[in-house]
Design a protein around this ligand. Structure first.
Ligand code: ASP
Length: 589
């Protein structure tokens, strides 16, 4: 028998029992005659005690041959510790050893396997199986497991079926590049790995399955970032005979259930924000509403007063940073540098300090701004009213082309949120963003693309705009946003063949191309397709968010690095000539 208990299990109640434990040697402290070993497994750490002169000599000898990460099996008596450790659940006891058996030795690990390790990213990725031994990563995967179990429980209770869909498919245009897999049996032909099971889940609705879900791997060949991996997991769902509200209610229910069961947090009803408002008030389709600082538009009070930069701008817009009127010259310069960074690209920033009584005592008025030359105290007062600004606040204003300046101010707002510590990782503010535009103009290809995907239905009221004003057509599409992160998105689908055909036409497909790529779906729509819609939530992001982090890598057991490589197994890699021959891909020959 390898063990009677795990390393996280024993308590003072077990004192006096003889136990057997197995695990890894985390640490050895040899204080002359007294030796302590921390024995670790997935469940925790238990302290082992060896006392020269009292413990049997073989055990003392064996303990001196141990090193970090050796795998051992020990026997001994549970005793009360003289100096207790309140930080760990087993901290009141230790094991007075009577035997040690080495099950396997270990080389010295290339980095320390403590909560705070000294290993760099690449090294830890290369020895991921060692990194995974560390408690923070173990806790992350435990959280992931818990969230997947609870998701399944909730959806099962809501009568969803988990159904697997294939990984070797034909490309679905979700907007990213496909990973392709050559087919040996069909020369010159390729499968694509799914960017999502979109068309399959719709076909399951045609097939009458009513409610489908799947925790499923999806693959997208995109440039990588901290919150992106080439393969990632989605909670993918579809429902028949539903309207937008039904989907929002069902998945709002899931979000609240997960927060309650996993974090014991009560989430109030989710606010619903129209896309147009999200852009107008936050400059982003994924607003972080943990804090206010909503955008205030100033065109009517700031233009035509002789300040050319504002006069020529399409939009003059700003935010009010509470209590920041005491910002120094240096802090303001830093903010200006921030918005001028090439990634943000603003030309400059205007500030107006609404001085507190103390501050204004030795000044000429209540306002001090970078544009004092152009605006009177009276003018600035009207600005302050728009901002709902109070003495002690700081107004920060940008101007320019509407879409550009909104994006820039979004960055500045988030930066101020960080500086003022308003973006706490243990506060959660989810919301729905709805009524996305159906189409998005793509400068590179000079044509419209589906903003969500080509199967999303336009709002009935807007269909007549498709020909004349395609950019104004709104979609029955929605995103779930939490703390400024897009956690999921979905839509009510088109279920009518003719409308789907029309959509493809607007997306620049010829009838033949549409038939060739999506004939199977349009044919299915001829056999009684029910109204349906769905959503997919990014599972890795959701887990990371619950863990209070924005790096999804730490919540995936075996992630890829920023170049899409798995440095542990060294992949991707070349394949042999024989394999290339077999796949008829050998271009060298
Ligand atoms: N397939 C979509 C996606 O992966 C989600 C959906 O529309 O259900 O983003």
């Amino acid at each position: 028998m390898h063990r009677t208990h795990t390393c996280g299990e024993l308590r003072l109640d077990n004192a006096g029992q003889e136990v057997t434990l197995s695990g890894w040697v985390q640490r050895i402290r040899d204080k002359g005659g007294l030796i302590w070993i921390d024995l670790r497994d997935r469940y925790g750490i238990t302290q082992l005690l060896i006392e020269e002169g009292r413990t049997n000599d073989d055990v003392v000898k064996a303990s001196r041959g141990l090193g970090r990460e050796f795998v051992i099996k020990v026997k001994g008596n549970v005793i009360e510790r003289s100096s207790k450790n309140p930080n760990i659940p087993t901290g009141e006891i230790e094991i007075d050893l009577s035997s040690i058996e080495i099950l396997n030795s270990s080389k010295t690990p290339p980095f320390t396997l403590e909560d705070n390790t000294d290993g760099g990213d690449e090294l830890r990725m290369k020895y991921r199986y060692l990194d995974l031994r560390r408690q923070p990563l173990r806790r992350n995967l435990e959280l992931r497991n818990r969230l997947s179990i609870e998701t399944r429980k909730y959806l099962d209770n809501e009568k969803f079926f988990e159904i697997e869909t294939p990984y070797l498919i034909k490309s679905t245009p979700e907007g990213a590049r496909d990973f392709v897999v050559p087919s040996r049996m069909n020369e010159g032909q390729f499968y694509a790995l799914p960017q999502s099971p979109q068309t399959f889940k719709q076909l399951l609705m045609v097939a009458g399955y009513d409610r489908y879900y799947q925790l499923v791997k999806c693959f997208r060949d995109e440039d990588l970032r901290a919150d992106r991996q080439p393969e990632f997991t989605q909670i993918d769902c579809e429902m028949a005979f539903v309207e937008q509200d039904d989907i929002l209610n069902t998945f709002e229910g899931l979000v609240r259930y997960l927060f309650k069961t996993v974090k014991n947090i009560d989430i109030p009803k989710l606010p619903i924000m129209e896309y147009a408002d999200a852009m107008k008030y936050y400059g982003s389709d994924k607003p972080d509403i943990r804090f206010g600082m909503k955008f205030v538009e100033l065109n009517d009070v700031a233009q035509n007063k002789g300040f050319a930069i504002f006069d020529s701008a399409e939009l003059v817009v700003g935010i009010n940073a509470e209590g920041c009127a005491n910002y120094s010259r240096k802090q303001l310069d830093k903010l200006t540098d921030f918005v001028r960074k090439p990634q943000i690209g603003a030309k400059g920033m205007v500030y107006v300090k609404y001085l507190s009584d103390e501050q204004s005592a030795n000044d000429d008025g209540s306002f001090k701004s970078s544009v004092d030359k152009f605006y009177s105290q009276e003018d600035l007062k009207t600005w302050a009213e728009k901002f709902d600004s109070k003495p002690g606040d700081l107004m920060l204003i940008l101007s320019g082309d509407k879409n550009t300046v909104r994006k820039q101010l979004n960055e500045l707002r988030l930066e101020m949120g960080n500086q003022l510590d308003l973006r706490k990782t243990d506060v959660f503010a989810p919301l729905w963003v709805v009524d996305f535009p159906l189409l998005e103009w793509d400068e590179d290809t000079k044509r419209f693309h589906a903003m969500h995907h080509p199967f999303t239905s336009p709002k009935a009221d807007d269909i007549n705009l498709l020909d004349e004003k395609p950019a104004e057509v709104r979609a029955n599409a929605y995103d779930l946003v939490i703390n400024g992160v897009e956690i999921g998105g979905g839509s009510i689908r088109i279920h009518d063949r003719d409308l789907q055909k029309l959509m493809f036409k607007h997306l620049g497909f010829t009838d033949e191309e549409a038939q060739e790529q999506f004939g199977f779906l349009m044919n299915a729509f001829e056999y009684g397709a029910p109204p349906h819609g769905g959503i997919a939530l990014g599972f890795d992001r959701l887990v990371a968010l619950f863990g209070g982090s924005d790096s999804i890598r730490d919540y995936i057991a075996f992630p890829k690095n920023n170049s899409g490589r798995d440095v542990m197994i060294d992949s991707p890699s070349e394949i042999s000539d024989a394999q290339l021959d077999e796949l008829m891909l050998n271009i060298k020959k």
